[in-house]
Each structure stands twice: as structure tokens, then as C-alpha cells.
Design a protein around this ligand. Structure first.
Ligand code: FES
Ligand SMILES: [Fe+2]
Length: 442
């Protein structure tokens, strides 16, 4: 549990809040390049860390991310004309470049100097392998881009989907590091449904539903080891990373596996844009891995939402990423499936997570919790966040990973190890990236 004050500190990320300051120290994935595909194309609404923003690719091809409202009298620059390396407000024609500089105030007299005092907020952006990263921390010193593997592999080795979840980012993130819920929320009712081949790990998962948890602080965040009984002399370890400020990696299954990860990006205190990423270090993804859900048919869908799982696109922030299964229809829970096939009855891994995490309310009051041993990872990650916020506020200390992008060069793992092995050392070939090497998972 957390005190009310700590709960507030953990969850609030608006401008001027302690946790908002921590997250603003990092580059943040704002959108994908294909959301602003053309030079001089349509501006796009973005909501990030409680701020309403407009993204656009200017006529020179550079991406800008600026405050939504024109500094003249506040009209939305969503309606602006994107031309001449600037957004031109359609109300009175004021023009702003991607750095937020006001270039022109054409309804004023020619001798007016108003434009020199009329800049708008603007955040630097860089594009890398199809992702537009932004830095909202201010100042002149930029952090290092995280060398996270899914943003370094060729385009056909990675698939990114997104979904809006209508609850606080920390609640969503805590679902991502909550290693015991997979045996329940995402389970089928019969262990036999997982038998054979690459489903061996699932079998262990279902047979041992009260795993042991170990957590280690690392240079990027927290390493979480979850141990289940495998055979008489071995344990099945599922090892996952939490990487500051909001990334997780899901342990894989089977030989030569692709890996799933998440970024839980706060849109505002009550809304999270969940980026789901699947990647393979060395080969293109198959169609199933790119989200057609085939491998997860019995669960009603996988981690990625596809076009059929999403509501029709709107021009609201993240308006392409609202799930069809949502609070208004009880996430399409199927009570008959709950009795027979799927533990939760909710179709699909993504909707299962959304159902339980949104059901906790927009910001759960953690003073009401009863944490157990299975929540050790969650408790540790919270502690890291609260420490980071206090150290930044009180001493100006930057949180981990801000200066060194190479600490993100890690992968999750699922391995069977001898019972007497030290899990961190014994799994290091799986956990630490070596170029060209990719290990099988159990
Ligand atoms: S409100 Fe934008 S130019 Fe007047
Ligand atoms: Fe989940």
C-alpha cells in the first residue's frame, strides 16, 4: 500500500508535478512516423503528459510538436495551414515554426513587434526507425535516446500497435510488471490446451500458480525474476525488465522467439497510450507475430489489437487507437467462455488487461491495497519511482538511463535453470544483448 501523498506523487504527471518532472527527463515516444507521413500534410492532435499538442511534418520534412493553442487568442492549431515550414493559424493568419517561434502576425501593422513575444511551446523531436521521440524536459541539454532493441532493428523485424487505456499510467504499468496475473487473467481453463512444442512454458505457468519472486535494482530500472517449479531438479524462470520511465519486456516462449514489450505512455493523469511492440533481433516477423492473433485464437486475440478490434478512427488525440471492447460494453465479456474455455471470459489479452485495470477506477487509491509476496516487483518499482522523484526534486539528481542509452540493451528471458543456479548470472546470455545472438526460450 501507499500513503495518499505517495499515491498522488506516483500517479500525477502534469507539468510541475514531481513524477511529471521525472518522466520529462527522458525522450518519450510520441507517435510513429506514419502518423505524419507527408511533408506539409495534415496536423495531428497529440496528448502527452497532460498537455494538448499538435504534431506536424513541415514542408521541409521535419517533424514539429507544438502547443495546441495559438498565442494570439488561443485558436487550435489543429485547423492550421501547414505550409512554408510553419503552421499558420486560420483565425488571423499568425505563423509558427516547429520550434514554436512566431514568424508572422499578418493582421498587425507592419511595424508591429508583437511576434517577438508570441512564441508557443514546442518540444524537440527526433525520428529513429519509424518512431518520433520527443523531449519535454526543457533546457538545452538533451538526454540520450534509449538504445531499446525494438527501435534499433529493421522495419520488418518490428510491429507496433497502440491502444488507449482509460486509467492512470502507473496502474497500467503495474499490470505490465505483475508477473502472477498471467496464470489467471490470460489463462485458458485447461492446462492441456497448452501442451506440446513451444507451449511448454505455459504448462509450467499453469501448474505452478504461486511462483516465487525476486527483484534486483539495475542501471535501467528493475529486473524481475519469477520462479516456478519445472522438473524435479530445475526451475522455470520468467525474467522481465522494467526500464525507466515506462517500458516493460514480456518473457518470450519457445525456440527463436520474437519478444513483446510495452511502453505505457501517459497521455494525462487518467489516460494512457499503451504501445505494444513485438520484435525479433535477427529476422522479419511472421504474419502471426505481426498481430493477426492466430497464435492466440483460443484466448480470443493476442497482445496486439488489429483493425477489427478498434473503433472507427477519429481525429481526437490517439483517435485511431480506441478499442472496440471497452468499458461501455463490459469489454465484451462472454460468460459462457468464462465457464468453459477462458479464465476471464474477456476476449483477447489486450482487452483482458484493460478490463481489470480500468475497473480499478481512473486512479486507484493504493491505501486500500493488500500487497502480498507476489507483488514484490510492483512494490520495488514504486519505490524506485518515488526515490527518483524525491532525488530529482530535492537534489536535482537525474534518474537512471537519462545519460546512457546503452543500459537499455537488454532482453527478457524464459529459461529452465538448475535449482541451485543464481538466476541473474545463469540467465545473462539471454538477458544481455550480444549482436547477432538470440537464444531460445522455454
Ligand atoms: S487566434 Fe490564431 S491568429 Fe488569432
Ligand atoms: Fe496482462
Amino acid at each position: 500500500m501507499l500513503s495518499h501523498a505517495d499515491n498522488e506523487m506516483l500517479t500525477r504527471i502534469g507539468s510541475g508535478t514531481p513524477m511529471g518532472a521525472v518522466i520529462r527527463k527522458y525522450w518519450i515516444p510520441a507517435l510513429t512516423s506514419d502518423e505524419v507521413p507527408e511533408k506539409g500534410g495534415d496536423p495531428v492532435r497529440v496528448r502527452l503528459l497532460g498537455e494538448s499538442l499538435i504534431a506536424f511534418r513541415d514542408s521541409s520534412g521535419e517533424v514539429g510538436l507544438v502547443g495546441e493553442h495559438c498565442s494570439h487568442r488561443g485558436a487550435s492549431l489543429y485547423f492550421a495551414r501547414n505550409q512554408d515550414c510553419s503552421l499558420q493559424c486560420v483565425y488571423h493568419g499568425w505563423r509558427f515554426d516547429k520550434n514554436g517561434k512566431c514568424l508572422e502576425t499578418p493582421n498587425e501593422l507592419p511595424e508591429s513587434t508583437l511576434k517577438h513575444r508570441a512564441s508557443i511551446a514546442a518540444y524537440p523531436c527526433v525520428e529513429r526507425n519509424g518512431v518520433i521521440w520527443t523531449y519535454m524536459g526543457g533546457g538545452t541539454e538533451l538526454p540520450a535516446l534509449p538504445d531499446i532493441e525494438w527501435n534499433l532493428v529493421p522495419a520488418n523485424h518490428v510491429h507496433i500497435s497502440k491502444r488507449v487505456q482509460e486509467c492512470n499510467w502507473a496502474q497500467t504499468l503495474e499490470g505490465g510488471i505483475d508477473s502472477s496475473h498471467g496464470s489467471f487473467l490470460h489463462a485458458l481453463n485447461e492446462a492441456s490446451d497448452y501442451s506440446g512444442g513451444h507451449r511448454r512454458g505455459w504448462g509450467y505457468l499453469l501448474k505452478d500458480r504461486h511462483p516465487r519472486f525476486e527483484v534486483e535494482d539495475t542501471s535501467y530500472g528493475v529486473l524481475l525474476g519469477v520462479r516456478r517449479n519445472a522438473e524435479d531438479d530445475s526451475y522455470y524462470w520468467r525474467i522481465t525488465q522494467f526500464l525507466m520511465p515506462f517500458y516493460t519486456m514480456i518473457p518470450p516462449y519457445g525456440p527463436n522467439p520474437s519478444i513483446h514489450g510495452h511502453a505505457f505512455v501517459p497521455m494525462d493523469d487518467h489516460t494512457t497510450l499503451v504501445w505494444t511492440v513485438t520484435w525479433h533481433p535477427n529476422r522479419p516477423l511472421t504474419k502471426a507475430e505481426s498481430g493477426d492473433g492466430g497464435a492466440y485464437e483460443k484466448l480470443g486475440g493476442g497482445v496486439h489489437l488489429t483493425a477489427r478490434d478498434l473503433l472507427p478512427k477519429t481525429n481526437a488525440p490517439a483517435g485511431a487507437w480506441y478499442p472496440r471492447a471497452n468499458k461501455s460494453n463490459d469489454y465484451m465479456i462472454d460468460r459462457s467462455a468464462q465457464r468453459t474455455t477462458r479464465f476471464s471470459g474477456v476476449p483477447g489479452i489486450a482487452a483482458q488487461d484493460a478490463a481489470v485495470q480500468e475497473s480499478m477506477g481512473p486512479i486507484y487509491d493504493r491505501a486500500n491495497e493488500h500487497l502480498g509476496a507476489a507483488d514484490a516487483g510492483i512494490a520495488r518499482v514504486r519505490r524506485r519511482f518515488l526515490q527518483a522523484a524525491r532525488e530529482l526534486t530535492e537534489h536535482g539528481s537525474k534518474p537512471v538511463g537519462v545519460h546512457d542509452g546503452s543500459v537499455y540493451q537488454v532482453r527478457s528471458a524464459a529459461v529452465v535453470l538448475p535449482r541451485d543456479a543464481n538466476w541473474v548470472a545463469a540467465a545473462s546470455d539471454w538477458l544481455n544483448i550480444k549482436p547477432g545472438v538470440h537464444m531460445d526460450a522455454a
